[in-house]
Design a protein around this ligand. Structure first.
Ligand SMILES: Cc1ncc(COP(=O)(O)O)c(C=O)c1O
Length: 390
């Protein structure tokens, strides 16, 4: 368990914790940023005589600095960093045994769906994909074998909002673990552990890293026993991140709060522009008062983020392709959460691994475009959309 800096009698507030949470100057020379400890192993004076580090799969000081920062910003006690978001998800599912059941939101990142269906189903773990906007729907799928509820909110790419506190009460009643993928919201907007979740997961590749220069995953928990099980899996399975990547994400986290503030501001401007555009049929953004579960979003999130999906009028696949091809400032690319604006076509890119029938049930139609609104000037972003849509 990491130790956090305290000011007077209270914990630092969120913005200060992005910079200082779980951090201390390096013991060797007082370096303010942790050195990139590019080493696989550590000298021992006698067998077991080491300074807390033996081998970098088990632990590395730069990774420890990041793991402490992650725990601090998510209001948890223990952080774990992995080689990718999917490696972090892999570690969570390895808590389970054959025959165990998982209830997952039906509208989720395609790669999460793929690891559940194509990797873990063959080891005898059963997955139920359920629309979770109404907690009652989840209750219908709970059995004595249910061990984990997996949710994303806002969901990728439909921006559906799931009530974390309501699901956590249900999970607690049935002694089921609740894991929340907090990649889209980040702890700047929402704190799942405070709302009753047991595990927070991140693709830190996205907003936490924030600069599209690293792939990394994270888990944060409060409970010591759960942390120990996950640390065991992290070391035993070995999907850890390297020190350079740990350093990059740690550096990214230090500006998370300022970047997120601008992502939210630009996200609102772009969402409103699209919603008023005569050639746009539907815009999905949780900040709209008529967005399903907007009231839940308002209560569990501090703002509404910079992720937006939309469908051009008529829902024509070719029109959507034309728009993404014409964009100049928005780059057509996989991923999200970096300082630069990106556009994606979920049906053929991020969600291509979900069968068409399944993805269309949750609204991921062929004409859907997803935007990750960056932190450029919003006037430039709107001008780019204007010229691409006309
Ligand atoms: C919501 C969400 N969860 C998990 C992942 C997987 O993370 P990674 O690509 O870092 O493995 C992604 C990647 O796009 C994502 O968007």
């Amino acid at each position: 368990m990491y130790r956090n800096l305290v000011m007077g009698k209270r914990q630092l507030k969120f913005n200060s914790r992005t910079i200082h949470g779980g951090q201390a100057p390096d013991e060797a020379y007082g370096a303010v940023m942790p050195p990139i400890y590019q080493t696989s192993t550590y000298a021992q004076s006698t067998p077991g005589g080491h300074k807390g580090y033996e081998y970098s799969r088990s632990a590395n000081p730069t990774r420890t600095a990041l793991e402490n920062s992650l725990a601090s910003i998510e209001n948890g006690n223990y952080g774990l960093a992995f080689g990718s978001g999917l490696a972090a998800i892999d570690a969570v599912i390895k808590l389970l045994s054959p025959g165990d059941e998982v209830i997952s939101t039906s509208d989720l990142y395609g790669g999460s769906y793929r690891i559940f269906k194509k990797i873990f189903e063959k080891f005898g773990i059963v997955f139920h994909f359920v629309g979770m906007q109404d907690t009652e729907e989840i209750a219908k799928h709970i059995s004595a074998k249910t061990k984990l509820i997996w949710l994303e909110t806002p969901t990728n790419p439909m921006m559906n909002i799931i009530d974390i506190m309501s699901v956590s009460l249900l999970a607690r009643k049935h002694k089921i673990l609740l894991a929340v993928d907090n990649t889209f919201a980040t702890p700047y907007l929402q704190l799942p552990l405070d709302l009753g979740a047991d595990i927070v997961m991140h693709s830190a590749t996205k907003y936490l890293g924030g600069h599209s220069d690293v792939v990394l995953g994270a888990l944060v928990v409060k409970d010591k026993e759960l942390a120990e099980q996950l640390y065991f899996i992290q070391n035993a399975s070995g999907a850890v991140c390297g020190p350079m990547d740990s350093f990059l994400v740690l550096r990214g986290i230090k500006t998370l709060h300022v970047r997120m503030q601008r992502h939210c501001e630009n996200g609102r401007a772009v969402a409103e522009y699209l919603a008023n555009h005569p050639k746009i049929e539907k815009v999905f953004w949780p900040g709209f008062i008529d967005h399903p579960n907007h009231e839940v979003a308002k209560s569990q999130m501090k703002d509404f983020g910079g992720m937006i999906s939309f469908v051009p009028k008529g829902g024509n696949f070719q029109d959507a392709i034309k728009i993404v091809e014409k964009l100049e400032l928005f780059t057509l690319a996989e991923s999200l959460g970096g300082v630069e604006s990106l556009a994606g076509h979920p049906a053929s890119m991020t969600h291509a691994s979900i069968p068409k029938e399944e993805r269309e049930k949750s609204g991921v139609v062929d004409a859907l475009i997803r935007l990750s609104v960056g932190i450029e000037d919003k006037e430039d972003l709107i001008e780019d959309l204007r010229q691409a849509i006309e």
